[in-house]
Design a protein around this ligand. Sequence first.
Ligand code: XUL
Length: 576
Amino acid sequence: MSQTNLYLGVDLGTQSIKASVLKGSLESENLEIVCNHSVDYDKQLSQYKTEGGVHRSTTNAGEVTVPTNMWLEALEILLSELKSIHNIDLSKIVAVSGSGQQHGSVYWKTNFATNKLTDSRDQGTGALSSTFKDCFIRDSPIWMDSSTTIECIELEKFVGGKHQLKKLTGSTAHERFTGPQIFKFYKHSDEHAMKQCERISLVSSFIATIFLGQYAPIDLSDGSGMNLLDVNTCHWSHPCLSAIVDQLEHDEQTLISQLGKEIVPSCQVLGTVSRLFQQQFGFSSKCQVVACSGDNPNSANFTLRQHGDLCISLGTSHTIFGHQSSMNPNVPLEGHYFLSTIYDPTDQENPNNVDRFLSLLCFKNGGLARKFFCDKYCKGDWSKWTEMLAQQYQQRSALPEMIGLYYQFPEITPHTAHHLGYYRFQKHGEKYELLPAETHVEPAVDILALVESQYLALKAHAEAVGLLSNKDRSVIVTGGASENRILMQILADVFNCDVYVAPENQNSAAIGAACRAFYGTVKTKGSNYFDVVSKKLAKLQLVAQASEKSKLYTQELTSTYRSLEKQVLDHMFMHH
Ligand code: XUL
């Protein structure tokens, strides 16, 4: 194979669509990033009047949607600009795969959409955005939507409770998950409207569908973000589907055909690109389409370099994820067990099947809380904030004098519902005691308490779901905060391990998709993803190692944190 083989990853994100192009082959030493490119919805498609890429309903509380046509136009601009701005010869793309914001869904119009897809596959005379323009019966609800609380309660009740749903689908019911969203769609649709919808895609399988010119199956990994897939059998869960159709006297088979019966391993080749992509953009007729998946699973394909690695994303919110062979049998309610993209139940020899799950926890109060403290104490001056944090941390030689749980927004982990607040605990002797809210605290103490407590929350919950069972781990950090050395040092001490940063990590989902495009086309039975792909990627950069101070972050401190968190939750739910 020649060195000019290119692989394309497309990430349909919340605020922008991104592309990443990789160059390499099975024989080459490196998989090199040729270019990254992005198209911003608000700026480049301003006619859709989105804010941050979305529409928030002013009439229906919690509803957040996207006009599906905007995504088509964005993809069209993205591919054109890869050619015009980066001079990418799209005929050299051997394979393409995609990444989509998780949980969002697309609703295709009966007959009309099939005809348009077939046209694009066989003839492909029209342009992408105009061809598919009228194919959708409604806008796409996305992961920020929180309008399905009732459906979540009903779904959990129907299957026998939170623990039962978690055991079946890997997650308790969440408003943004596709199952509750489809449940709501069914409730609000009469017989006629139901018949109008022939297929429901995830954002990821929507991308694959557009490239192929025919309905693409949902993949196992992104499919696990729906509350509908039985992660034990890898098939649609009968109890979960029944929860939706029984009450409304609909037919389960109709729902299965809307979802597509088949659910595929995430690195499976689905076919080749449609004629439309050949004619409009110059793709080769041989260019293969590999199953698309969610943004977090795709990021994992780039950031996790070996068995046992953990990735922590320190952005606006915080996310921690890593592979896990099985669910924690205690069935902790926090977090999600998604099937991983490198798990393949059809290949018994696949060495990556030990990493069956991608276990993920989301924390809403992340970077915005740090920013709030920076604004409050340092007038937004990050270098001053960093200096205060570093000085305070230098003095640390015993247990933290303060622990602070900060909920500026309703927290996902732990679930605080609508309760907010800042709870600070002062160390008195061996114990931590809750301070009255108005107590004055030294700014530097407050800043360090926030940072340490955020990390302790990550650690305590990661441990609860079973993510810390591998003692010989590395942590890979992505997101803006990864550039702050003292933040990285404290992280290395709290987790007692080496901390790395991945290059170009703001594009990790698109790069991860390009990695899967490559892997899907070169893998054979028994291939190991980490050997075939990860070893060829640009090396991670070591940014911090555990210091003497790591001894202060004992198991006991994690337990203390847990009990303080419980105290806060008891307080919240008792007083409201
Ligand atoms: C994960 C989640 C978000 C979206 C958008 O469960 O809801 O991270 O994937 O990035």
